[in-house]
Design a protein around this ligand. Sequence first.
Ligand SMILES: [Zn+2]
Length: 325
Amino acid sequence: MIVAAVLFVYAVLLCTLAPRLLRGARWAERAPRLGIAVWQALGASALTAAVLTGLALTVPTVRVSADLAQLLEACVMALTAQYASAGGAAAGAAGAVLALAVLGRTAWCAGTTLLRIRRQRSEHREVLALVGRPDATRGVVVLDHEEPVAYCLPGRHRRTVITTGALDTLDDDQLEAVLAHEHAHQAERHDAVLTWARTLARAFPRVPLFRTAEAEIARLVEMRADDVAAARSGRLTTAAALLAVAGGRTPAAALAAGGSTAAQRVRRLIEPHRPLGSLRIAAGSLTAAAVLALPLLVVGGPAAAATQLNYCPDGTPAAQVTTMR
Ligand SMILES: [Zn+2]
């Protein structure tokens, strides 16, 4: 029961406190990739802790043994001991419901989100095939429209799309910056990162962590793509290019160069660039890894300890059973 309680409290603290402490953090803007990794680690850790809370309530810890018969016997004894009492059976049932509900809800939302995005991109590609003009030199599809817009449709049949309005507005350096921004989205699979964040936010809309993580990750992938573009074309050129396409609309399931965070990103590009030092990035990466591993360590500790126990030494199996709870 202690393990389940620790995991539950950990998940609740992570889901409520982490978004308050980390929302809009300046260090993440100085190292967007690290920021994305930290938000992903927080989400995955909370999800793992919730599932393991359920499992810890449901399945007692048994001594690991190379002898399959001995292991099965220990399992049966542990389960019998737990489910012999009404309280143990109720806790086990509640744990199973919790674990299955979290896993089932996540899988359902992941499936529906992926199918919806796939359908939207497929429909959009069909429209592009009808009205777009391939520009082999630039590797883009050009749309005849006066609104300056640039975006990419990620995935297996990826497309980078730019309107004639954007081509008329941007000079060569700015166009290079916009294309570098879109290529960064595709090369670093920002679509997959965003899809996972959206899945969790849709699956558990009342959980502050997942809502905040979705918004923060959406903001940080744009900053990361800006940094790639700025490394190629310069920060001021990228900022000017961003301003030129900032007002453009973003089609569903696409990643644009503009968007709702454009003003904040332009300000960031204009301000003096102060990337996070390698030591602080290493420390942040280690922290993210620790957050990710913590739920497994909480469960793994008692399970490892249980392997040291000698089951049934005096023929009283129920007395020797320990549980993960
Ligand atoms: Zn973008």
